[in-house]
Design a protein. Structure first.
Ligand code: PLP
Length: 395
């Protein structure tokens, strides 16, 4: 059979940048043709501890020589340890492990519906979501986000989501009906352009949920796992959810996701109601435990706050120097966005030319997501690269 070679063997759903990395170390990536890049993309907020972190490499190698996978038909020691530690360090009382962010959010959605169903509120099956949000690429999660760029051509979408404008508390209140089960939100929108939800807004959502007996779901797939200087972003606000999705940074680059919940919110999820073949397997759980070993060390999160402030301050100075390129900066900790004046893809490409990797986001934002192990010296190098790029775009 002759093959049509017009289509790449890798399905072209990504517009890939022509760089092939063969090695990474800390904040640096090295290409197969001898170039070196400072990685402020971190695989989209995934390799939060940098590349080839010795403790992660050692843990993975040890576990790989022991046992990779046994299925969830059996008890899994590293998974139990991981769940215990996530519970000890968050609002949660129980954890379901899966393999990605979208799956984590699917579990959150199913849990919220099932909670209402199990307490006899079958009509309550709708979830309020926000414009500009991103929850993954499965049918449920694109339906939840409802952005045309995600949903076009994929109808019929999943019913049961009511979308309101970002930051419009009155619209949320107005959207609540007898059929509402939950409100779902990213405490800091990632793909939407590093938009932190103000503390008062999260408090307001918590109050609405309590008043109407709804569950509050936080999507911390991107903003969680240390990024903001807290293990989870909502801990900055003191507002706790009932259910939360985590992934990305959780495995430091090894695929793992998790749905964390209170006992009450999880009460509908009895035996056989949900599952995952790979979810929380020994290899994935061992690596996630190694990530926690590092993040829970004394001073780690304080250092994220400190480095975040340092980077933000330097960016503000650059914004002052290049007002024709940078409109401003925003974000929390080491989850920062540069609001561009020129097209953000232009700045992102220019940064890459100068050796710095970044991630574009909506709202003309260039995201800076350095590894949380970044040094001040490396931040200074990045700032020089950004300054050089801005200068090139000014002339
Ligand atoms: C990346 C992301 C997801 C989806 O995660 P995948 O691992 O790509 O499925 C969900 N929610 C948020 C906020 C994300 O940033």
């Amino acid at each position: 059979m002759t093959k049509n070679e017009a289509i790449p063997t890798v399905l072209p759903v990504y517009n890939r940048i022509d760089l092939v990395f063969e090695r990474g170390e800390g904040a640096w990536l090295y290409t197969n043709d001898g170039r070196k890049f400072l990685d402020f993309a971190s695989g989209i907020a995934v390799t939060g501890l940098g590349h080839a972190h010795p403790h992660l490499v050692e843990t993975l190698q040890k576990q790989a020589a022991r046992v990779w996978h046994v299925s969830n038909l059996f008890r899994i020691d590293p998974l139990e340890r991981l769940a215990d530690r996530l519970v000890a360090n968050s609002f949660a009382e129980t954890v379901f492990a899966c393999n990605s962010g979208a799956e984590a959010m699917e579990a959150c959605i199913k849990m919220a519906r099932r909670f209402q169903w199990a307490r006899g509120q079958q009509r309550r099956n709708r979830i309020i979501t926000f414009e500009g949000s991103f929850h993954g690429r499965t049918m449920a999660t694109i339906s939840a986000a409802g952005e045309t760029r995600l949903t076009e051509g994929f109808a019929p979408l999943l019913d049961g989501f009511d979308r309101v404008p970002f930051g419009d508390h009155d619209a949320v209140r107005a959207a609540i009906t007898e059929e509402t089960a939950a409100i779902m939100i990213e405490p800091v929108q990632g793909e939407g352009g590093i938009r932190p939800v103000p503390k008062e807004c999260l408090q307001g959502l918590r109050e609405l949920c309590d008043e109407h007996d709804l569950l509050l779901i936080f999507d911390e797939v991107q903003c969680g796992m240390g990024r903001t200087g807290k293990l989870f972003a909502h801990q900055l606000s003191g507002v706790t959810p009932d259910i939360m999705g985590s992934a990305k940074g959780l495995g430091g680059g090894f695929p793992i996701g998790a749905c964390l919940a209170t006992a009450r919110a999880a009460s509908g999820m009895t035996t056989s109601t949900h599952g995952s073949t790979f979810g929380g397997n020994p290899l994935a759980s061992a690596v996630a435990n190694a990530v926690l070993d590092v993040m829970l060390e004394d001073g780690f999160l304080d250092r994220v706050v400190e480095r975040g402030r340092y980077l933000a301050r330097k960016l503000e100075t650059l914004a002052g120097t290049f007002p024709g390129v940078i409109a401003g900066t925003r974000g929390e900790g080491l989850m920062l966005g540069i609001k561009c004046i020129a097209p953000h893809l232009e700045l992102s490409a220019k940064l890459r030319e100068n050796g710095l990797l970044s991630v574009p986001a909506a709202d003309n934002i260039v995201r800076l997501l350095p590894p949380m192990t970044i040094s001040e010296e490396e931040i200074d190098i990045a700032i020089d690269m950004i300054g050089e790029s801005c200068r090139a775009m000014t002339t």
